[in-house]
Design a protein around this ligand. Structure first.
Ligand SMILES: Nc1nc2c(ncn2[C@@H]2O[C@H](COP(=O)(O)OP(=O)(O)OP(=O)(O)O)[C@@H](O)[C@H]2O)c(=O)[nH]1
Length: 192
C-alpha cells in the first residue's frame, strides 16, 4: 500500500518542556536522547523524518527542522506547520517523549489507513493517543480550519476527521504497559 505513497515523519518537539525543566527531547535515557527513540520508531516507514521544533538544538540530527508557523498552538500547530511546508501523502506523528513506542505499532497503524483521514491508537485504558498516530494528507484542511477557529485541541480535531481507532491490547506482540508512557518529567521517566 505504501509503495506509491510519499510518507513523512513528524517528530513533535516544539513544546515548552516546562514540567521536565529542560529540553525534553534531549534528555538522556539509557544512553540515548529521548527524541532518538521517537525517530528510530518511525524511520523505517518514512521517506523523510522532520523535526517540529522552534529551537536549533536538534541540528546534530541532520534532519529538516520546521518551526511553528503560528506560535503557541500546541502539537496541532506543529503538525500543521510540517504538513504545510512538506507535502506528502501520509504523515506519521510521534512526540519526542515516548521512549517505549514501537515501530511495530506504526506498521499496524499504516496498514489500517486505507481511505480514512487518520489511524489513532487507543490504549488498553481507552485513551486515544493522537500524538502517536498516522494522518493522511486529507487531514490538513481540517487542521487549518481548527487553527483558524482558535481550536487547538487534538481531541477536537479527531471529531472532525474520519478516524480508524486501533485498539491496543496485551495480546499484541509488541505490547507493553509503558508503550505510550509520556515522559513529561524526570519522575515519569525514572520512577514508573
Ligand atoms: N511544534 C510544537 N510542538 C509542541 C507544542 N506544544 C507541545 N508540543 C509537542 O507535543 C508533544 C506533547 O506536548 P507536551 O507533553 O505537553 O509537551 P510540552 O508542552 O513540551 O510539556 P510541558 O511544557 O511540560 O506541558 C511534545 O512532544 C511537545 O514537544 C507546540 O506549541 N509546537
Amino acid at each position: 500500500m505504501l509503495e506509491d505513497k510519499k510518507v513523512f515523519g513528524i517528530v513533535l518537539s516544539g513544546g515548552k518542556s516546562s514540567r521536565m525543566g529542560t529540553e525534553k527531547g534531549l534528555v538522556t535515557w539509557n544512553n540515548k536522547a529521548l527524541i532518538e527513540y521517537a525517530i528510530a520508531a518511525i524511520s523505517p516507514f518514512c521517506d523523510q523524518v522532520i523535526i517540529s521544533s522552534n529551537k536549533d538544538c536538534y541540528s546534530y540530527l541532520k534532519l529538516p527542522v520546521v518551526k511553528d508557523i503560528i506560535p503557541d498552538c500546541g502539537p496541532l500547530g506543529g503538525v500543521y506547520s510540517v504538513m504545510k511546508k512538506h507535502v506528502a501523502d501520509i504523515y506519521i506523528v510521534v512526540s519526542c517523549d515516548v521512549p517505549y513506542i514501537k515501530s511495530e505499532l506504526y506498521s499496524d497503524l499504516l496498514s489500517n489507513l486505507d481511505y480514512k483521514d487518520a489511524v489513532v491508537p487507543v490504549d488498553e485504558s481507552g485513551r486515544k493517543q493522537p500524538l502517536t498516530a498516522v494522518y493522511g494528507k486529507s487531514s490538513l484542511l481540517y487542521l487549518e480550519n481548527e487553527l483558524l477557529d482558535g481550536n487547538y485541541k487534538m481531541m477536537s480535531l479527531l471529531n472532525l476527521l474520519e478516524v480508524e481507532y486501533y485498539e491496543i491490547n496485551n495480546n499484541l506482540p509488541y505490547y507493553s504497559p509503558n508503550l505510550f508512557l509520556n515522559a513529561n518529567s524526570l519522575e515519569d521517566l525514572f520512577n514508573h
